[in-house]
Write a protein that binds this ligand. Structure first.
Ligand SMILES: [Mg+2]
Length: 443
């Protein structure tokens, strides 16, 4: 794929820089190009590029990479979104230092000083699924039109009518912040009687498959919810699963995966932690991350996760989205899906439930890694019975929160209320409540 680099007129011309760039372009083309393929093209906008030529380039691009180190006013990203409206809806990689970046939350945000980040975002953009491209583009387009990207409140009547019409239904609930409010002491996050009643009643219907998919460990879930024998559980972001009606038997998914990489990863971690008197600083953490990503991640079934204060390596088949895909794959006849969550890790579930391309009403699901790596390598794709308007992905939080979910409610109590409504328990109807800031949790 050719790379076209368009530079804006600089405040001060720098012939030296221009010469350096054209030398670099010549080197790249000399090494990777051929007679009919010129991989690198540098165009200085003010010299050679007409407006219509520029927009034509924007409209056919597979990816826009706009990564200035500092920037007052730059409208290229918006122009790109508009130019792509009728073409590919390609993703945008955007520098977080741009003034516009806080309004473009569905762009792939990078720190342009971190070349590893930039490279990873370029790769993510190029391999992104069509449905995700479309979802991100639509959000960006709404922002461009000056609308605040708001997630609408879940329409209770539609939810109830689709529920009653379905012969089989799937429920995926995150726990903390979704079924129980976030509390200061995580061990105090106990389910309310209403939550327990809603789960029990939902799970008692043989047409319902109900799972709680949490970052908590199995012991916590057992302690507070374990008596709900018809409810399934997934603990530690998909690492452990207790299927409904299997007593207290947990399956350790990580046990069935190739974990031979752990020794190598441990060695890398040890290298960066030994001999450090005051612990690992941010710089060492970055170096360690680079080493893991560049030398291990691409040849091992793992991904490297960077948190606020932690660096994590986990098997790629273990995350909440994989569990959702697995359950969907194992229940292709489901005609209704409800999935609720409140934080980043739940977005993996919402992403897994973006099943339909533009205008398409049929969904086919390839066997997910959590099936091919654990059960059968040659598991075939399945046709899903679900229709687009029967997938209710629901974010708990403000309607302005950035999410891939289609709907929102404001509090965990509203999730419970809606669930009680489905099983025919009279509850008060909450109007979309006044919104307040809430604490985010990684659980
Ligand atoms: Mg949560």
């Amino acid at each position: 794929m050719p790379d076209v680099q368009v530079t804006s007129p600089a405040l001060t011309d720098s012939p030296k820089l221009e010469r350096q760039v054209s030398e670099l372009v010549a080197n790249i083309n000399g090494e990777f190009g051929s007679l009919d393929f010129i991989p690198a093209n540098a165009r200085a906008e003010h010299q050679t590029l007409k407006k219509d030529e520029f927009y034509a380039l924007l409209s056919v691009a597979d990816l826009a990479v706009i990564t200035p180190l500092r920037d007052g006013m730059n409208t290229t990203s918006m122009e790109f979104v508009i130019a792509q409206g009728r073409t590919k809806r390609s993703p945008v990689v955007l520098s977080e230092f741009m003034g516009i970046s806080k309004h473009m939350e569905n762009a792939l945000m990078v720190n342009p000083w971190n070349l590893g980040d930039v490279a990873a975002a370029i790769n993510q953009g190029l391999v992104m699924s069509e449905p995700e491209k479309l979802a991100r583009h639509e959000e960006l387009h709404r922002v461009r039109q000056g609308e605040r990207a708001r997630t609408p409140y879940i329409p209770r009547d539609v939810l109830e009518s689709r529920y009653h019409a379905a012969k089989k239904r799937l429920f995926f609930f995150d726990y903390d912040g979704t079924l129980a409010p976030i509390v200061k002491t995580p061990s105090m996050a106990v389910p309310t009687p209403a939550t327990l009643r809603a789960l029990e009643k939902l799970a008692a219907d043989a047409r319902n498959v109900v799972y709680i998919i949490s970052g908590r460990d199995g012991a916590f879930l057992e302690q507070h919810l374990g008596h709900l024998q018809n409810v399934g559980f997934s603990a530690e972001h998909g690492g452990f699963v207790r299927a409904p009606g299997t007593g207290n038997a947990w399956t350790n998914f990580t046990e069935k995966l190739d974990m031979s990489w752990m020794g190598e990863v441990e060695e890398v971690f040890r290298y960066y932690t030994e001999g450090e008197r005051s612990g690992v600083g941010q710089f060492q953490c970055r170096q360690c991350q680079d080493l893991l990503e560049n030398n291990l991640a691409h040849k091992r079934p793992i991904e490297v996760l960077v948190g606020k204060k932690n660096l994590e390596v986990r098997p790629i088949a273990v995350n909440k989205g994989e569990i959702v895909k697995r359950l969907l794959y194992l229940n292709p006849d489901a005609e209704f899906v409800f999935c609720a969550g409140d934080d980043k890790t739940d977005e993996d579930m919402f992403r897994a439930l973006i099943l339909f391309g533009t205008g398409s009403t049929k969904a086919t699901l390839d066997a997910p890694l959590s099936v091919t790596l654990i059960d059968a390598e040659d598991a075939p794709p399945v046709e899903l019975a679900i229709k687009p308007d029967c997938v209710f992905t629901t974010a708990v939080g403000q309607s302005s929160k950035r999410t891939l979910a289609s709907w929102h409610v404001t509090t965990p109590a509203e999730i419970v209320e809606h669930m009680l409504g489905l099983v025919g328990e009279p509850t008060k109807r909450t109007a979309p409540a006044e919104e307040e800031e809430k604490v985010d949790s990684r659980l």
